[in-house]
Design a protein around this ligand. Structure first.
Ligand code: PLP
Length: 362
């Protein structure tokens, strides 16, 4: 495809071209069935094969140990902000959160609707430019769980290692960096992620939950908001988002064919390096937002000397086929989201544009 944009959108975001083309081929008729996958029952054998293949691939690619359920739920990661406390924060307990930025803040706000929260560490005083170090974390051993946001999509910060929380259940919102690198799932009680950054289109959210945490919540929790509902029914309690799950399955096949989680990490480190190198070698023309040891492999955030120059950067980049480089309205500046599916060639093209823009505006 000749005129494909250099897509740096933050989410929904770039998908592998091969996946889009295969989906196009399979769209009208799936597997000699005389119909589209979107026209058939989610209780039929053809859809079920796709559904369970996606689950098996996620288990394989993330090396999910036995004793965890993988759930496909709707409502986005934002719904998980509520489902986590609804299911896992019993009356009278406190949930600890690490306040790392915009998304962690939303998770905390939602938990407050259901119970007590405490802040185990916060980088708010540093404008969320960094991820607190593991030694800074302070929480009572009695908390119901400790919640972290592995990658702050808006600020462009990412945890480089995860804490060992022992008996305390660790919960991770990995919406914007799931499968960007290998992780040790066994450190977590729950991992959740909306699909539309690294796994596929919007519409499905994955929840990886240790089986002992799938308990009957308070009687007032609605059926659809209970993990045990979805776990018992293999995420087929009600109609799942069949197209989103089909697309995710194809993206997972693409990840596998490209080296799995380790292959993605190598590719992502190389890509992120292209842009951070330009920033670091620009004599302050480009200023990285995140502190160096908290930099994200997925969202590269930076500013220029003033807003006017940033506007000019966005305008000129758009004219050259770059999309999505304006920073989130809450922090301003510029942001390049370089999720798994963003091709290295797009990132190399951006690095060249940045150098050229610098030399013209130095
Ligand atoms: C995008 C994002 C969310 C929100 O996801 P929705 O699917 O839109 O609800 C939550 N957390 C993080 C880290 C995100 O990047």
């Amino acid at each position: 495809m000749a005129n494909r944009a250099y897509n740096f959108n933050a989410g929904p975001a770039a998908l592998p071209l091969e996946v889009l083309q295969k989906a196009q081929e399979q769209f009208v008729e799936f597997d000699n069935s005389g119909m589209s996958l979107m026209e058939m029952s989610h209780r039929g054998a053809i859809y079920e094969k796709v559904h369970f293949e996606a689950e098996a691939l996620l288990r394989e690619l993330l090396a999910i140990p036995d004793g965890y359920k993988v759930l496909f739920i709707q409502g986005g990661a934002s719904t998980q902000f509520a489902m986590i406390p609804m299911n896992l924060l019993p009356k009278g307990s406190t949930a600890a959160y690490v306040a790392t930025g915009s998304w962690a803040t939303k998770a905390i706000q939602e938990a407050k609707l259901f119970g007590e929260t405490s802040i185990a560490a916060s980088s708010e005083a540093d404008s969320y430019k960094r991820i607190p170090s593991i030694v800074e974390l302070a929480y009572s051993p009695d908390v119901a769980y400790l919640h972290i946001t592995s990658n702050e999509t808006i600020e462009g910060t990412q945890w480089s290692e995860f804490p060992d929380t022992g008996e305390v259940t660790l919960i991770g919102d990995m919406s914007s960096d799931i499968l960007c690198r290998p992780i040790d799932v066994s450190k977590f009680g729950v991992i959740y992620a909306g699909a539309q950054k690294n796994l596929g289109p919007s519409g499905v959210t994955i929840v990886i939950i240790r089986e002992d945490l799938i308990v009957k919540p308070a009687a007032s929790v609605p059926t659809m908001m209970r993990y045990d509902t979805h776990a018992k029914a293999d995420s087929l309690y009600n109609t799942p988002p069949t197209f989103a799950i089909y697309m995710m399955n194809e993206v997972l096949k693409w990840v596998k064919a490209n080296g799995g989680a380790a292959g993605m990490e190598a590719r992502n480190r190389e890509k992120a390096g292209f842009i951070y190198d330009v920033i670091d070698n620009s004599n302050g023309f480009y200023r990285g937002f995140a502190e160096k040891d908290s930099r994200s492999l997925m969202n590269v955030t930076f500013t220029l000397a003033n807003e006017e120059l940033e506007k000019q950067f966005v305008k000129e980049s758009e004219a050259q086929g770059f999309v999505g480089l304006k920073g989130h309205r809450s922090v301003g500046g510029l942001r390049a989201s370089i999720y798994n599916a963003v091709p290295p060639e797009s990132v190399r093209a951006l690095a060249s544009f940045m150098k050229e823009f610098h030399s013209r505006n130095a």
